[in-house]
Ligand binder design. Structure first.
Ligand code: ATP
Ligand code: MG
Length: 565
C-alpha cells in the first residue's frame, strides 16, 4: 500500500469527548470515525487490525472444534418471548417493527437464535458435542456508550455456543474455550488475566471473564498476593467477620444533630466506622429493599441483585425514603422499619453494641445488637471486596486492579434449552435438554484494549500479530527520484517476502511522515535517506523499543523478518 493512496486521515487533535487514549489515538491515526454515539465506521487501518484479531480467533475456535456460521442480526420477537427475555432485557435492546407491525430486535446476543435453530435439527446424542460460533455485529443500547470502541452500541463480537449431553461434556467444552481464550489473547499481545466472574443477567453459574489489565478499565478485579485466586470484585466472596465479644448494653436512642454520613456520625460519637451499620435503601422492580453492611464496608450491588433475584437496583431518593418507609435520608436504620425488605451482610449480624440510624431526623441508636434488635429478611454476603481483604481461597490479603473485559465464558447449563424446549435423545431414547455454554469475545474492544496497553506519547505501538501493517518505508526526500526508486524497490521486496509494508511516497516533509508512522504505530520504520544512497545501508527503527539498526542492502530482508519475530 502506498501512503499517498491509503485512506488514513491522520489528525493532530482528538475530539473533546475522547476520554481514553485508545479513543484519541484511533481517531487521530485515521482509524475510526463516529457516526452516532457508540456507533463507528472502521477505516481501512482499523479494519485490517480487526481482521487479524478475527483470524486469530477463527484459528483457535476451529482448532478447538468450533464451526463458524452466521446468524441474522435481525431477530423476531417471538424467540425472545419464548425464552422470557423480551420483557426483561429492557432498554438495552434495540427494537423495531416491520411494515406489518411485527416486532423484531437487533441481536444483543444469540442464545435464543441458536437454541431454536438447533432444537429442531439436532436430535441425537451422536451429534454432540456441537460448538458453533460466529463473528458479527451486536447491538446494545448501552446506558453510557463511551470510550470509543470500548463500549459501543454497535460492536463486533465473536460468540460461540456449546451443546453437550451432560455437565461433564459442558465442563470439557468450557475448558476448551477457556484454554483457547488464553491462547487468543496471548497471541493478540495483551496483558490479561482470567478472573472468576458473576454470571449476571444471562443466568446459569460458573463463569470467567478475561480481563485486559489497564488503568482505564471499567471493571475492578482482585487477585491474591499469595495464591492464584483472581476474581471480578462483583463476584469475590467474603467470609463474615466476628466482632470482639462485649457485654450487650441496652438499646438507646441518641441525639446526633447533622450527622448524615458514616464519617460524620463517627466523628461526632468518637467511634470507629466498624462500630456503625450502613443502611442503604434501593428501589427494585420487586419493591424497596434496605441493604445493611458494616460502616467501613461497601455494598456489592451485584450480590444484592443476585440474592434478591431482581433485575433493577438503584438507590431510592429522599422522597421515597420519607413516603414509603417513613424514614429520613441520612438516618436510616433497620430497627422498627416496615414495608421494606431487609437484607443484611453476615458481618453486620455479628456486631455488638453498634450504631445505626433511628429513622428520625438527627437521631441514631446506640448499643444496637443486631441479633437481639432486628430480624433481616435475608442474610447473605453482600459486601464488596476491597484491597487488603482476605483471599476467599487462602486468606492472604488481596490486591485490586482495573481491567477491561475482553471476553467471557459462561456455563449456561439448561437455562435456554429448557425454556426453549431444545432436547436430544440419549442412548436410551430418552429426551434430555442440551447442556449449554456460551463464550463471547469483544473483537472491537480487544483492538481498543491493545492500544490502551501499548502506546506512548507519540502514538500506538502495535503488537506485530495484529498490526495493520508490519513496516513502513519512508524515503526521506520523496522528491529525490533516486531515493524514491530505491524505497520502492525495498517496499516491493519486503511485500514479496510476506512483510506487509506501506511505502510513504507522499510529498510531505520527513517530519510529517515520521510523526504519522509513530502515530499509526507500524512496528518497524525503515528509512531510505542519504546514508542509504551513499553507504548502501538502510535504517530500521523498532517502534516499541526505539532501537535503531543499520542493515546492508544485501541482507536486510532476513534481518527485518528476524526483528518482526
Ligand atoms: P460489559 O459488562 O462490559 O457490559 P457484558 O458482560 O455485558 O460486557 P457479554 O455479554 O459478556 O458482555 O459480551 C461478550 C463480550 O463482548 C464482552 O466480554 C466484551 O468484550 C464485549 N462487549 C460487550 N459489550 C460491549 C460493548 N458495548 N462494546 C464493545 N464490546 C462489548
Ligand atoms: Mg460479560
Amino acid at each position: 500500500m502506498r501512503a499517498s493512496q491509503l485512506y488514513a486521515p491522520t489528525l493532530r487533535e482528538s475530539p473533546a469527548e475522547a476520554e481514553i487514549i485508545s479513543h484519541k489515538l484511533m481517531f487521530r491515526a485515521g482509524m475510526i470515525r463516529k457516526a452516532a454515539g457508540g456507533v463507528y465506521t472502521y477505516l481501512p487501518l482499523a479494519l485490517r487490525v480487526l481482521k487479524k484479531i478475527e483470524n486469530i480467533i477463527r484459528q483457535e475456535m476451529d482448532a478447538a472444534g468450533g464451526q463458524e456460521l452466521l446468524m441474522p442480526i435481525m431477530q423476531p420477537a417471538e424467540l425472545w418471548k419464548e425464552s422470557g427475555r423480551w420483557d426483561v432485557y429492557g432498554d438495552e435492546m434495540f427494537r423495531l417493527k416491520d411494515r406489518h407491525e411485527r416486532d423484531f430486535c437487533l441481536g444483543p446476543t444469540h442464545e435464543e437464535m441458536i437454541t431454536t435453530l438447533i432444537r429442531s435439527e439436532v436430535r441425537s446424542y451422536r451429534q454432540l458435542p456441537l460448538l458453533l460460533y460466529q463473528i458479527q455485529n451486536k447491538y446494545r443500547d448501552e446506558r453510557r456508550p463511551r470510550f470509543g470502541l470500548m463500549r459501543g452500541r454497535e460492536f463486533i463480537m465473536k460468540d460461540l455456543y456449546s451443546f453437550d449431553r451432560d455437565e461433564a461434556g459442558l465442563q470439557e467444552s468450557y475448558q476448551k474455550m477457556y484454554d483457547a481464550y488464553n491462547r487468543i489473547f496471548s497471541r493478540c499481545g495483551l496483558k490479561f488475566r482470567p478472573v472468576e466472574a458473576d454470571s449476571g443477567q444471562i443466568g446459569g453459574s460458573g463463569s470467567h471473564e478475561f480481563m485486559a489489565l489497564a488503568d482505564s478499565g471499567e471493571a475492578a478485579v482482585v487477585f491474591c498476593s499469595k495464591c492464584d485466586y483472581a476474581a471480578n470484585v462483583e463476584k469475590a466472596e467474603l467470609a463474615p467477620i466476628m466482632a470482639p465479644q462485649e457485654e450487650l448494653l441496652p438499646l438507646e436512642s441518641i441525639h446526633t444533630p447533622g450527622t448524615k454520613t458514616i464519617e460524620e456520625v463517627c466523628q461526632f460519637l468518637h467511634v470507629p466506622q466498624e462500630k456503625t451499620i450502613k443502611s442503604l435503601v434501593y428501589q427494585t422492580e420487586k419493591g424497596l429493599v434496605m441493604a445493611l453492611v458494616r460502616g467501613d464496608h461497601a455494598v456489592n450491588e451485584v450480590k444484592v441483585q443476585n440474592a434478591l433475584r431482581c433485575l433493577e437496583l438503584q438507590l431510592a431518593d429522599e422522597r421515597m425514603i420519607e413516603e414509603k418507609i417513613q424514614s429520613v435520608a441520612g438516618f436510616i436504620g433497620p430497627i422498627g422499619i416496615q414495608s421494606v425488605k431487609v437484607i443484611a451482610d453476615p458481618s453486620v449480624m455479628n456486631m455488638v453494641n453498634a450504631i445505626c440510624g433511628a429513622n428520625e431526623q438527627d437521631k441514631h441508636y446506640k448499643n444496637v445488637n443486631p441479633k437481639r434488635d432486628f430480624t433481616p429478611d435475608v442474610m447473605k454476603d453482600i459486601r464488596l471486596i476491597a484491597e487488603g481483604d482476605p483471599c476467599p481461597h487462602c486468606g492472604a490479603s488481596v490486591q485490586t486492579a482495573r481491567g477491561i473485559e475482553v471476553g467471557q465464558v459462561f456455563k449456561l447449563y439448561t437455562k435456554y434449552s429448557e425454556s426453549l424446549g431444545a432436547t436430544y435423545l440419549d442412548e436410551n431414547g430418552k429426551d434430555k435438554p442440551f447442556v449449554m455454554g456460551c463464550y463471547g469475545i469483544g473483537v472491537s474492544r480487544t483492538l481498543a484494549s491493545a492500544i490502551e496497553q501499548q502506546h506512548d506519547e507519540n502514538g500506538i505501538i502495535w503488537p506485530v500479530a495484529i498490526a495493520p501493517y508490519h513496516a513502513v518505508v519512508i524515503p526521506v526526500n520523496a522528491k529525490d527520484s533516486a531515493q524514491l526508486e530505491l524505497a520502492t524497490i525495498v517496499y516491493h521486496t519486503l511485500n514479496q517476502a510476506g512483510i506487509e509494508t506501506v511505502l510513504d511516497d507522499r510529498k510531505e516533509r520527513p517530519g510529517v511522515k515520521f510523526k504519522d508512522a509513530d502515530l499509526i504505530g507500524y512496528p518497524l520504520k525503515i528509512t531510505i535517506g542519504p546514508k542509504t544512497m551513499s553507504e548502501g545501508q538502510i535504517e530500521v527503527k523498532v517502534r516499541k523499543t526505539g532501537e535503531q539498526f543499520f542493515f546492508p542492502m544485501a541482507d536486510y530482508v532476513a534481518e527485518v523478518q528476524q526483528l518482526l519475530r
